[in-house]
Design a protein around this ligand. Structure first.
Ligand code: AMP
Ligand code: ZN
Length: 110
């Protein structure tokens, strides 16, 4: 738990948020400002500042398992999806999160 980290609070249930997926490592929930009809974030339950700070690589398995399940549940496998991780200062929230967005078409990435 990192004090004042909004995603730690979500992961711990201190900010009530519906989870679309949860396992022992990660939770997934809707982005509050969706840029596509589907815009889901997958985050580690533990505070990890950004992608390059991951030490326990088991987390990769849980993050991508969650991504795959969300893509399937949202039926994006035939509609187009993007998976994005901002880091190195490009991120707004300093708690690792994977964006899943869709539907998207080729050359319509924004
Ligand atoms: P990034 O620029 O990659 O750090 O993206 C941060 C994302 O977190 C943005 O898409 C925000 O809309 C989203 N976000 C910020 N606060 C919340 C919140 N309380 N619940 C859900 N999504 C949030
Ligand atoms: Zn955090």
């Amino acid at each position: 738990m990192m004090k004042d980290c909004i995603f730690c609070k979500i992961a711990l249930g201190e900010i009530h948020t519906e989870f679309l997926y949860e396992d022992e490592y990660v939770v997934a929930f809707n982005d509050i400002h969706p840029v596509k009809p589907v815009h889901v974030l997958v985050i580690p339950k533990n505070h990890i500042a950004e992608f390059i700070a991951v030490e326990d690589t088991t987390l990769y398995q849980h993050l991508f398992t969650a991504v795959k399940k969300i893509v399937g549940e949202k039926e994006l496998q035939t509609k187009g999806y993007r998976i994005i991780v901002n880091g190195g200062g490009a991120q707004d929230v300093d708690h690792l999160h994977v964006h899943i967005m869709g539907p998207v078409s080729p050359s319509n990435h924004e």
